[in-house]
Design a protein around this ligand. Sequence first.
Ligand code: GTP
Ligand code: MG
Ligand code: ZN
Length: 313
Amino acid sequence: MIGQVIAVYRERYLVEYETNRVFMEVSGRFQYINYQKSDYPQVGDYVLFHMASEDLGIIEQIQERKSILSRMDVGNIMEQQILAVNIDVVLICMSLNEDFNIRKLRNFLSITYSDDYEVIILLTKRDLCSDEQYYIHEVTQITDHKWIALSAYKEEDIELLANVLEKRTAVFIGSSGVGKSTLINALIGEEHFETKAIRMKDAQGRHTTVNRELIRLSNGSSLIDTPGIRIVSSYFVDEENFEDILLLSEGCMFNDCSHKVEPGCMVKKALADGTLDYERYQQYKKALRLNQFNQKREQERIRLLEKRTRKGR
Ligand SMILES: Nc1nc2c(ncn2[C@@H]2O[C@H](COP(=O)(O)OP(=O)(O)OP(=O)(O)O)[C@@H](O)[C@H]2O)c(=O)[nH]1
Ligand SMILES: [Mg+2]
Ligand SMILES: [Zn+2]
């Protein structure tokens, strides 16, 4: 039998087949053959399975992935962290207010280089912005991808987005709080996903969306919600591993603080008063360097690949 993974939990997978939803685990043989995290079932994967009991399925194999959206895993050299598979569209979400940052957009673009899916830039919270044209101009300066400025609270905007996504599978990516889940809720027409105004600055420091999940619309599209991706300067950072430091840097006076010489740096302050362990800070810096190295290597790999394909033509 064949089904599609619609949510991933610690060691269980929620799989949809026909009109059923069943929890599944991977088979012993599967574990024996696959040892990389990215080889394991991801949201969007089509899997071959059998039922072990009435309410537990066993995944034997993953079908070849049509497309993959991934990023380097900072915590682990050589590993890719997969964000979604078998997608037709990647929606990079950036809000038209304080989150707007062209360097951030560049970073998101750097993980969406594949031709296997379309990339669309969603400029969210349009209702909060009085200078939309300026932002749009900035975006068109650095990319040819299609963009859509929209508000989750405007029916016409949501209708337009629904039409663009009809019968396709799309993943929403972007920083925390830009309104990914709110848009998906508006598309579904109900509060399926939890949304929140609280951001990292707040005491909780938790992202609202914590799991990737696929959900279907009546117009035939499948939407994947993801937790916010955090980017510091030009690096992707694994928020789970360094949440304490990221939380501190949110308080720095400058958005792109390097925590070296800038005034109003909360990281330096925490190091000075001992709230932040110096060794831990060193680990964090090492992870950033490693990540930068990985990204450079990846860019070089893509460049060579493109060169080779051009020659082959
Ligand atoms: N004014 C306005 N506010 C919005 C809009 N879309 C979302 N918001 C608000 O922005 C906040 C964050 O929205 P979420 O949908 O939770 O953001 P998210 O991108 O899913 O965040 P994470 O799950 O943490 O990654 C909520 O308070 C929403 O009400 C919009 O179009 N206009
Ligand atoms: Mg969310
Ligand atoms: Zn700082």
